[in-house]
Design a protein around this ligand. Structure first.
Ligand code: PLP
Length: 408
């Protein structure tokens, strides 16, 4: 039996324990859903208020060139915040830009990959990938006449007509993590480009896109980067592809000279051409604050702590929650744990009512996100204690827990 004191001892020895003070967490809540919506950083309200009242309210349109207080101009923010994210994924600063949503960036990059590999007409992805990736690729293929191959074994589906392999590194449902370097090498061996969806990896794992020789990637701002609901996403393209990068949403912000108001499109240099329309500065300010929660944080330590939190959770569930099955790998797992039960939805609602917030993914999974910056070992112990009580007393059977909400 793992005692609560053992969890407290792990917290006392945790080298990342200090980072929890960078967040505001509501009392009485054990928040294990940072893989869906990261918690609120302590500095975000001040940062966003400053953008509203001083940068917008006082400096007005001048903030596009210089927002004052050492914040630089709004116009450079997509590249500036992108460069901060680059450190977290071992990319060069000019290889990452903040823009649009993950969905839109998947579309832009997959289209660019087809243009870079014009004699090949197939895009391969995996069945069970996060739906928006598949939906966006379906739309792109409808538009271009390219073929989407959705395969259970995507590496086996590569052939000499494959232009692009697009995969999610950390699976949203199971938390299973793919080997970046080995998978990228397999794509390259087949003559395909590799695009990674790093939505559940960025801010959670130690990622090295440069060592993996990745071509392209997208990632999410509102999960482990703590950028706030609907935060802008990011796109990565390796420098070696910048000159050939040709994405189809050729808006004025991606133009070489947006304020020359030329009659026809000329792409901007490097990642600037990934932009389409005007970036939203309120969301950008919140994202900048979220990314700043990683200042001075070592990503290897982050990954190690999340793995240890997940291991503890799985050990406690095995010990105390009969009838709950494990729906995630024991190793090579992201900063989440997935458990399954026929009544997972109801169990998830019963947990939330008791202040333990995870989420439900159909058909039968409860996910617990374990962001290293603010999750404590004792939170995991207490959460499983609550879960064990719900299972033992079948508390999930109360009729109110079966009511389905719009967001699960
Ligand atoms: C793997 C993955 N890709 C993409 C998305 C969607 O990103 P966006 O809402 O920015 O389009 C999500 C959202 O949960 C996700 O988990």
């Amino acid at each position: 039996m793992i005692a609560r004191d053992e969890a407290l001892a792990l917290d006392a020895a945790d080298p990342l324990a200090f980072a929890r003070a960078r967040f505001i967490l509501p009392p009485g809540v054990i928040y294990l859903d940072g893989n869906s919506l990261g918690a609120l950083p302590r500095r975000t309200a001040t940062r966003v208020t400053d953008t509203v009242t001083r940068e917008w309210g006082e400096r007005l349109i001048g903030s596009w060139n210089d927002a004052g207080a050492g914040n630089g101009g709004w116009i450079e923010a997509p590249a500036r915040v992108g460069a901060k994210i680059a450190r977290l994924i071992e990319a060069r600063g000019d290889e990452v830009i903040v823009t649009d949503s993950v969905s839109v960036n998947v579309f832009k990059l997959a289209a660019a990959a087809l243009a870079m590999n014009p004699r090949r007409r197939v895009i391969v992805t995996e069945s069970g990938n996060f739906p928006t990736d598949v939906y966006m690729l379906e739309g792109l293929c409808r538009l271009t006449g390219a073929t989407l191959r959705v395969a259970a074994d995507p590496l086996a589906a590569l052939d000499d007509d494959t232009a692009l392999l697009l995969l999610t590194q950390t699976h949203y449902h199971s938390g299973a993590v793919r080997d970046l370097a080995a998978t990228t090498a397999a794509a390259h061996a087949a003559g395909a480009l590799m695009c990674w969806d790093l939505s559940h990896s960025t801010g959670a794992l130690a990622i090295d896109l440069t060592a993996a020789n990745a071509d392209m990637a997208v990632g999410c701002g509102y999960k482990f980067l703590n950028g706030g609901p609907g935060a802008p996403a990011f796109a990565y393209v390796a420098r070696r592809h910048h000159d050939a990068l040709d994405q189809p949403l050729t808006g004025w912000m991606g133009h070489a000279a947006p304020f020359a108001f030329e009659g026809s499109y000329r792409p901007g240099g490097g990642m600037a051409r990934m932009l389409a329309g005007t970036p939203g500065m309120l969301g950008m300010a919140a994202l900048a604050s979220g990314v700043a929660t990683f200042d001075g944080i070592d990503m290897a330590a982050t990954q190690a702590k999340s793995t240890a939190l997940g291991d503890l959770l799985l050990d406690l569930v095995a010990e105390r929650c009969p009838g709950i099955d494990v729906a995630c790998p024991r190793t090579a797992r992201g900063a989440q744990v997935s458990l399954s039960h026929e009544h997972a939805y109801e169990i998830c609602q019963a947990l939330i009512e008791r202040g333990v917030v995870g989420d439900f993914r159909p058909p039968d999974v409860v996910r617990f996100g374990l962001p290293a910056l603010y999750t404590r070992f004792v939170d995991v112990w207490d959460a499983v204690d609550v879960l064990a009580g719900i299972v033992a007393h079948q508390a999930w059977r109360a009729a109110r827990f079966a009511m389905r909400r719009a967001v699960t």
